[in-house]
Write a protein that binds this ligand. Sequence first.
Ligand SMILES: *[C@@H]1O[C@H](CO)[C@@H](O)[C@H](O)[C@H]1NC(C)=O
Ligand SMILES: *[C@@H]1O[C@H](CO)[C@@H](O)[C@H](O)[C@H]1NC(C)=O
Ligand SMILES: *[C@@H]1O[C@H](CO)[C@@H](O)[C@H](O)[C@H]1NC(C)=O
Ligand SMILES: *[C@@H]1O[C@H](CO)[C@@H](O)[C@H](O)[C@H]1NC(C)=O
Ligand SMILES: *[C@@H]1O[C@H](CO)[C@@H](O)[C@H](O)[C@H]1NC(C)=O
Ligand SMILES: *[C@@H]1O[C@H](CO)[C@@H](O)[C@H](O)[C@H]1NC(C)=O
Ligand SMILES: *[C@@H]1O[C@H](CO)[C@@H](O)[C@H](O)[C@H]1NC(C)=O
Length: 649
Amino acid sequence: MGLPRLVCAFLFAACCCCRRATGVPGEEKQPAPTPDLVEAEVGRTALLKCGPSHSSGNFSHVDWFLIHKERQIPIFRVRQGQGQNEPGEYEHRLKLHEGSGDTLALSQVTPHDERMFLCKSKRPRLQDHYIKLQVYKAPEEPTIQANAVGIHVDRQELREVATCVGRNGYPIPQVIWYKNGRPLQEEENRVHIQSSQIVESSGLYTLQSVLNAQLVKEDKDAQFYCELSYRLPSGNRMKESREVTVPVFYPAEKVWVEVEPSGLLKEGDHVKIRCLTDGNPQPHFTINKQNSSTGEMEEETTDENGILFLEPAQKQHSGLYQCQSLDLETMTTLSSDPQELLVNYVSDVQVNPTAPEAQEGDSLTLTCEAESNQDLEFKWLRDKTGQLLGKGPVLQLNNLKREAGGRYLCMASVPNVPELNRTQPVSVGIFGSPWMALKERKVWVQENAMLNLSCEASGHPQPTISWNVNGSATAWNPDPQTVVSTLNVLVTPELLETGAECTATNSLGSNSTIIILKLVTLTTLTPDFSQTTGLSTSTASSHTRANSTSTEKKLPQPDSKGVVIVAVIVCILVLAVLGATLYFFYKKGKLPCGRSGKQEITMPPTRKSDFVVEVKSDKLPEEMALLQGSSGDKRAPGDQGEKYIDLRN
Ligand SMILES: *[C@@H]1O[C@H](CO)[C@@H](O)[C@H](O)[C@H]1NC(C)=O
Ligand SMILES: *[C@@H]1O[C@H](CO)[C@@H](O)[C@H](O)[C@H]1NC(C)=O
Ligand SMILES: *[C@@H]1O[C@H](CO)[C@@H](O)[C@H](O)[C@H]1NC(C)=O
Ligand SMILES: *[C@@H]1O[C@H](CO)[C@@H](O)[C@H](O)[C@H]1NC(C)=O
Ligand SMILES: *[C@@H]1O[C@H](CO)[C@@H](O)[C@H](O)[C@H]1NC(C)=O
Ligand SMILES: *[C@@H]1O[C@H](CO)[C@@H](O)[C@H](O)[C@H]1NC(C)=O
Ligand SMILES: *[C@@H]1O[C@H](CO)[C@@H](O)[C@H](O)[C@H]1NC(C)=O
């Protein structure tokens, strides 16, 4: 026991001598035991404890000092258990912690407080106690700026890839660069990382790190990011920047033709032909097409982006296309393999005879012709009904009836190319006197309104229509055998009485339709309403034949219309009362509803979203504490753990 003490005393003395001998400035000092380390985050309160952490007692006479340039500057003292600030830098930020005499609370810690503090206790008499305050501050989320100009791979030198900045950290954070999730190491002539920092007036550091590298073609899609590792009293942390890519330029080795859309093309398609290379950026291109008669390649006119539009594609666009690229950087020319382009087509369809006509009971033969680069399929259809009458280029019609008159269609299509077809109509005339679409019609009208009456007749030769009332009539022909006449008249009492009659006449006879006008009697109808009724009646009748025949049925009875309106209003009222009653009972809790159903019904959307926000804000402080200093973290926790280990090493 005695010997070690003796050795100690000797060493102590020797040490003191040394200090004197080397002439260290400042006061005479006892050798300080290793200082206590106190860690605090910027802005928080640091607790400086005078003496070992387990010591307790009545510290009634203590002096606190700040060690500055080897000098002891008094900052605080305790007399009879009462704390007193010394004037100076720390005058306003120090106080005794919760009344205990031995712990000093330093509030609003800044990086400037990273100093050595000394505590001298006279009562109880203790050894001088040194405390080193270590200050930490998480840097802000790092920002990253990629080289926007781009990098050429053929230049054998390091280029600036990206710059990363982490603001206001303490102490200086460590930066690690990543490419595609893997950390980058310094490598001669390949990777160089240049980091610098500035001290802000607050004492915090702003770190700037520049990644210089020589990139290769494969780096064109590489994702770069930087990571800042730093320490807080609670442990090691890190923050990551977002990922950036850098434009990488490299010459083309191959050029090819691309046609859009891919697959079978047909006339009328919107076709885009363009050139592509495996280089970046795309060089200047020309598109050539082979002249089928001379066999020479001739340049096509493209738009400013070098794209050739065939809009619409036509059969003469078929042929061989080739791309040529010129790299202005290297002045090298590349040519693509020629690519065959085929625009499938069907020519105009011809039906013979062009204007077939026959007597009732006769026969007719229709033939259809078209040309295509592909095999064709022919179909015969009835125009009105779309009914399929036969396949093949010839249609035989035997024992013709009146009804067989009218339009037929021949469709030539290419089964191999979807939607490639052409159609030609042909009108078959069966000789006969006019045939009325309707023998009799009823029209609901209002007195003194302008009205359009329509009448349709067919026959061969084509009939003409005349009216027995004065008015302006217009006629049109849906097909060569049919005529539709529309008469615009004023509804007068005389007209109501007599009605109207239209007569169709051709060289073989005449036929007529009687139109009976009925007055709308419902008084509750507004003039507007009736007007629109009249209008819809007449327009429908004047434009579509099929509709004109059904106008009569479509027009609702005026009486029934009134009934319908009343019925709808009553229904709405009943529903409203029913809804209100149900809601009342539900509110009273008398209606048994399922748990989930109840929530769905009662909670309006706005309240539901409020609820979600509430839940979030409840969790927020917790999450913030957990996430503090690592909010930029996007990677797996395991990954992060590894980085912590790295840091400690
Ligand atoms: C501590 O010291 C103060 C003043 O010297 C005295 O009033 C107080 O009773 C003491 N407390 C204890 C627990 O010794
Ligand atoms: C093909 O070349 C001949 C002869 O030079 C020319 O008359 C013709 O217009 C060219 N054809 C096309 C499609 O350019
Ligand atoms: C005929 O071609 C048109 C487009 O031109 C298409 O919409 C239609 O479906 C085609 N009909 C058949 C039967 O292929
Ligand atoms: C007039 O047309 C009707 C069809 O609306 C038809 O039944 C009648 O036979 C035709 N009369 C004559 C003489 O053709
Ligand atoms: C049609 O008007 C003319 C005069 O414009 C008149 O002579 C003729 O009687 C009118 N016919 C009918 C049916 O109203
Ligand atoms: C009658 O038809 C003509 C032309 O078809 C149209 O301009 C006019 O508005 C129509 N009148 C009524 C009342 O429907
Ligand atoms: C009647 O006309 C309407 C449009 O006004 C149309 O959608 C409908 O297909 C037509 N009905 C018939 C049988 O032509």
